[in-house]
Ligand binder design. Structure first.
Ligand code: C5P
Length: 235
């Protein structure tokens, strides 16, 4: 008799935050008294649908032990980071495979996204029941999007079909490992997990989430995240 698939969180946190430009990697910046990464992790730790988590850390990174309230937490395993996000996620899968089965679900969530709502996570988890490929949180695009060429508009993309890809992105462990290995074998650097799966010819499901699930990328985003978290706490 086969057992039911479990769900795990994988949190890539090995980026240096080049676009943010601070000394401290953006996932460790202070947000209302806690590092950004702790908000990303708290959605999963203690959630009864989540069996455990892997956090992927930069090699020289003492920030984790110094600042995270989850350092040493028994449900939070650590993996070493890689050169790009896709390599970090791949390393995380190797550590996760010590605990999880190939048909278990892995929810990959950026450490730099502190405002994930519990309701959006639960909607994503519910969408995985009977889902053959996998699914990601995403938001339809409101702005008109231009493709640029040397500072001038080359074309305007039809907005009705465009979505912003957010995280978590959920795939079965075995499929995600195959997809990332396949992308890497072609020297392709994918910027999210779904793109690796798409390269196998599969079509992940888009699950509409809330727009406040932002990724901290530039200094202004930190104030915005503080505002969103305060508003979520009131609601
Ligand atoms: O750089 P970007 O904002 O796309 O990073 C998204 C997430 O991937 C962040 O949480 C970052 O720490 C992580 N990352 C990683 N390893 C890298 C680059 C980024 O774990 N080499």
């Amino acid at each position: 008799m086969s057992r039911a698939s479990r769900h795990w969180a994988l949190i890539p946190a090995a980026g240096v935050g080049r676009r943010f430009g601070a000394e401290v990697p953006k996932q460790y910046l202070d947000l209302a008294g806690r590092p950004v990464i702790d908000y990303a992790i708290r959605a999963f730790v203690g959630h009864r649908g989540i069996a455990g988590s892997v956090v992927v850390l930069g090699t020289e990174d003492g920030w984790w032990a110094d600042s995270s309230g989850y350092a040493g937490h028994p449900e939070v395993h650590r993996a070493p980071g890689g050169a790009e996000r896709c390599h970090s996620v791949r390393n995380g899968l190797d550590v996760l495979a010590r605990h999880a089965a190939d048909d278990d679900w892995v929810l990959v969530h950026d450490a730099a996204r502190p405002c994930l709502r519990r309701a959006d996570l639960d909607t994503l988890l519910a969408a995985l029941v009977d889902e053959p490929v996998g699914a990601l949180l995403a938001v339809p695009i409101a702005d008109t999007v231009k493709r640029a060429d040397l500072g001038r508009v080359a074309s305007t993309l039809p907005r009705s079909d465009l979505w912003r890809a957010y995280t978590p992105q959920a795939f079965r462990l075995g499929l995600l490992r195959r997809a990332l290995d396949h992308a890497q074998a072609q020297d392709l650097i994918v910027t999210d997990d779904a793109s690796a799966v798409e390269l196998l010819g599969l079509r992940p499901r888009l699950i509409e989430g809330h727009t406040d699930n932002i990724k901290i990328t530039r200094p202004d985003d930190l104030a915005l995240a503080a505002f969103f978290l305060a508003r979520q706490a009131e609601q």
